[in-house]
Design a protein around this ligand. Structure first.
Ligand SMILES: Nc1ncnc2c1ncn2[C@@H]1O[C@H](COP(=O)(O)OP(=O)(O)OP(=O)(O)O)[C@@H](O)[C@H]1O
Length: 264
């Protein structure tokens, strides 16, 4: 399996409207992709398709060797990790659970522990706690954690069942600068495992070193997809974000400025 992910001429229509049009995208072994686009550009729709929660209206898809239309897709979902700031809507279910319980529950892809946990599962959760430098939070219930700590716990949890592909959907939204940098540091832990990631964001400075490739999307169509330095350019991002922008690179990390005043 050379391609972790392959989409050919994929379109997704809803209410007579093309939400995604003619998407062609391949993610190969060793690549980690950032996805950039404005609100409403189609990023979540694209994630819903590759995680098999929506089925395309047309086109061919294969993810982790599962061909849509031929394979049993619930098995595919078990091999994909998913972390999204919208997972916080489950907070009420887990507010009294400790970080150990939340991380270990990742093995069963459930919020809340309903199955028997074996000693080796607790040991694995403990290893993740160490790797993600969460030791000082051991024994703490979720409700007492800061937003940044919660995101770090959820990322550790997503690795509990060794996904081959991890989707990070705006994992830094709403975080302060320190918490954001602490979450971004975790990509190093992810790439140390046999796991590749897709990172969705509006903010190009979150495209850290471990992100090798970028797909930019506008109005449901791909503007550009390829190696990071070929896509994160003034012309491509000006089109993606629908306003004149300038990219500045600092120590291999891109930053964006707006070229002139924009009137709403
Ligand atoms: N199930 C659906 N039925 C109808 N329209 C939908 C559906 N899901 C998404 N859309 C529409 O498709 C467009 C793209 O939405 P999507 O959520 O994929 O964008 P996004 O890039 O993830 O936006 P954001 O950054 O705000 O999360 C929007 O106009 C949205 O209203």
């Amino acid at each position: 399996m050379d391609n972790l992910l392959s989409l050919q001429n994929v379109s997704w229509k809803r209410d007579g409207r093309d939400i995604l049009s003619e998407i062609n995208w391949e993610m190969k072994k060793g690549e980690n992709w950032g996805i950039l686009g404005l609100n409403g550009s189609g990023k979540t729709s694209l994630l819903n398709i590759i995680t098999a929660y929506e089925f395309p209206s047309s086109g061919e898809i294969s993810v982790l060797g599962y061909s849509f239309g031929e394979s049993y897709l619930p098995d595919l979902r078990k091999e994909i990790g998913f972390v999204s700031s919208s997972l916080s809507r489950f907070s009420h279910i887990i507010e009294y659970e400790t970080i150990e319980e939340i991380i270990v529950s990742g093995k069963f892809a459930s919020f809340g522990l309903y199955e028997q946990v074996h000693q080796e599962d607790w040991e694995k959760a403990d290893e993740l706690i160490g790797r993600f430098r969460l030791e000082s939070l051991k024994g703490k219930p979720y409700k007492q954690l800061s937003q940044g700590e919660r995101r770090r716990v959820l990322i550790a949890r997503s690795l509990m069942n060794d996904p081959k592909l991890l989707i990070l959907d705006e994992p830094c939204s709403g975080l302060d600068i320190l918490s954001r940098e602490q979450v971004l540091e975790l990509t190093k832990e992810i790439v140390n495992r046999p796991c590749q990631f897709v990172y969705v964001t509006h903010h190009i400075e979150e495209l850290v070193e471990d992100v090798t490739h970028v797909l930019s999307i506008k109005d449901g169509k791909i503007v550009a997809a390829g190696p990071k330095h070929e896509v994160v350019r003034d012309d491509i991002l000006t089109e993606t974000f629908k306003l004149p922008v300038h990219v500045r690179w600092e120590d291999g990390r891109p930053w964006l400025s707006v070229e002139k005043k924009v009137h709403a």
